[in-house]
Design a protein around this ligand. Sequence first.
Ligand SMILES: [Cu+2]
Length: 149
Amino acid sequence: MGISNSGHNPYLCPEKDNQLQTNDMKRILLLAATLLIAVAANAKVVEKTFPVRGHCGMCKNRIETVAKGFDGVQSAAYDLKGQSLTLTYDTRKAKPNKVLKAIAAIGYDAGKFTAPQEAYDRLEACCKYREIEGIADHEHGEGHHHHTE
Ligand SMILES: [Cu+2]
């Protein structure tokens, strides 16, 4: 868009040109902003915590590895004490229920999915949270403290 000086009013033309450019810029900026908002609305990364059973560091590793293997899962942190898994994921790509289902499939109760007995049976002895929990209940159950004698 060259500014032609031949024959045209030299005052009007450049001004008109500027006006046009300003409008174009405004339109482009508006479009860019709209696009950004649209992208941001779609790419929703959320952090959520789900109940997942496990017992040791090996469990933690396995659970986190399975979760991180899913497309869209940005981070997975298993909390042994809290018996919970915190996922940071893109809601467009990852479905937490699929992740939980896969974790249950390797032996760990996850969310609404109960691990199949045969998968649970394949876990190492130190990972058998169902049995270990039973023992722990007798030794230092948190529900009832010392009996008064
Ligand atoms: Cu374990």
